[in-house]
Design a protein around this ligand. Structure first.
Ligand code: GLN
Length: 478
């Protein structure tokens, strides 16, 4: 049977009807990983994957009521803890770190019978937007070896795009699921902050971090969020809100849906080659009954300085735990504790992580705190209010995911600011805490994928999936 690019829901039907076995499916993905891993998307295939698959087959053959993800192979980003497995966060600092407990998402996957195949490449500690900051080498774009995969969850995105797994998990602090999803032509969700538990996700910027889902289509994504979302007593920031069966709300009708377009975003997009395709999507939705309104957020371009103040500030304090005592103690001949700290951090952390630690310590220092961190926090509160107002009148906000197609490997590594500017459209959802999904809508002039972002109000993933599904299904006609 040709298994290529089958969705999770299609595979579940085949598994339950015993047309394929979990072992066959797992072997198929392991072969795909071996064939395509010159891209450097997968850091490790777990040696018990086939054993997990055998157990699933036994359950399928003996039980009447089956767990929701029985026999589905999934890859997880290298910063999501899976007990007994290495979780290195793309860093030399944690090269040999073995997780001592399961993250809540991994526990949910296991409880529902999913097979955890392995872990994927990422920018070190999720700090980056191209996967070039991985201590294990960059991950290449699924479509072009000379282009970046995007990041930080580049490995998870490329793995889904090249069918190395049925779906994958990533993390999104400022765009790390949506941007690589866009660059590799797949669907990537960043849920509402607190919608999916962060317990067992290695922290980058705790007030912005989310676990995200990469899939081949919107329907799978909606199905998976219903399984992975929910309050968790192990995560004090998780939301107590009701979790819906999101696939039940998908429809092919957007008549009367209110879509807001942000004027300041339009002005930025106008200067890019992306504008035409974006405009076509807007027209198409309008022709199918959606009501478009232009709104204005005067402070929109402040999102970048706000993000690049808050994220390094929180990131630098989260990095404090990597002191050479608790996680790695490989440096020798140290005269005192300070020398252990400095030698370990100098040796095992990469350039970008060090840059963020410096930046974070600076904005949090007593002299600078009110000029930077406090100011950024205040602007983020203002932005939240602006979005609340927008969602009182509108169901959805549309925005590009990126300025354009995936860029050349190496083209931005010497110029961090040019790399940061790439995040202009993705950081907003994290600062505001709202859900956002990137869906493929076509290709740019280099023939590489482009993504559209659909944003909705906090906890309103239902609305977001509905609109995203419509555009996704009709993308061929646009
Ligand atoms: N590119 C952004 C950064 O470098 C976002 C990263 C992320 O979402 N983890 O911080």
């Amino acid at each position: 049977m040709n298994l290529e690019n089958k969705s999770v829901l299609e595979l579940l039907d085949l598994l339950k009807a015993k047309k394929i076995s979990a072992v066959e499916l797992t072997k198929y993905y392991i072969d795909r990983i071996k064939k395509f891993n010159y891209k450097n998307a997968v850091l490790e295939i777990f040696d018990d994957a086939l054993l997990q698959a055998e157990k699933c087959d036994l359950i399928i053959n003996t039980k009447k009521i089956l767990p929701k993800l029985i026999g589905i192979p999934v890859l997880i980003k290298d910063n999501i803890l899976y007990k007994g497995k290495i979780s290195s966060s793309g860093s030399k600092m944690l090269e040999n770190y073995v997780a001592e407990y399961n993250s809540t998402v991994v526990q949910k996957l296991l409880d529902e019978g999913a097979i955890i195949l392995g872990r994927t490449n990422m920018d070190e500690f999720a700090m980056g937007g191209s996967c070039e900051n991985s201590a294990y080498g960059p991950c290449k774009n699924a479509y072009d070896d000379t282009k970046v995969s995007g990041g930080s969850s580049g490995g998870s995105a490329v793995a889904v795009a090249l069918d190395m797994c049925a779906f994958s998990l990533g993390s999104d602090t400022g765009g790390s699921v949506r941007q690589p999803a866009s660059f590799n032509g797949i669907v990537g969700l960043k849920p509402t902050y607190g919608r999916i538990s962060r317990y067992g996700l290695c922290a980058f910027a705790s007030s912005l971090d989310t676990v995200g889902i990469f899939t081949k289509d919107v329907k799978d994504n909606a199905f998976l969020l219903s399984i992975l979302a929910g309050d968790d007593k192990l995560d004090g920031t998780s939301k107590k809100a009701k979790v819906d069966s999101y696939i039940d709300y998908l429809s092919d009708n957007i008549n009367g849906k209110k879509i807001a377009i942000i004027k300041e975003v339009q002005e930025l997009v106008k200067k890019t080659k992306y504008y035409n395709i974006y405009q076509k999507v807007l027209n198409y939705c309008q022709n199918h009954g959606a009501i478009l309104t232009e709104v204005s957020i005067k402070n929109y371009t402040k999102v970048l300085p706000v993000y690049y103040t808050i994220a390094p500030a929180e990131g630098s304090s989260n990095m404090g735990r990597f002191d050479g005592v608790k996680y790695t103690s490989n440096v020798k001949d140290c005269k005192n504790i300070s020398e252990i700290y400095s030698k370990t951090r100098s040796k095992f952390l990469g350039k970008e992580v060090k840059r963020r630690i410096m930046l974070g310590n600076f904005v949090l220092s007593s002299e600078q705190y009110s000029s930077y961190y406090l100011k950024a926090k205040n602007i983020s509160i203002m932005l939240k209010k602006e979005f609340e107002k927008i969602f009182m009148q509108n169901d959805i906000v549309f925005m590009p995911t990126t300025y354009g197609e995936a860029f050349d490997i190496g083209s931005k590594t010497q110029d961090p600011v040019s790399m940061y500017i790439e995040d202009m459209f993705t950081v907003t959802a994290n600062i505001v805490g709202i859900p956002a999904i990137s869906i493929p809508i076509g290709v740019g002039e280099n023939g590489l994928p482009l993504g559209l972002q659909v944003l909705s109000a906090e906890l309103n993933e239902k609305e977001l999936y509905c609109m995203a599904n419509f555009v996704f299904l009709h993308r061929g006609e646009i």
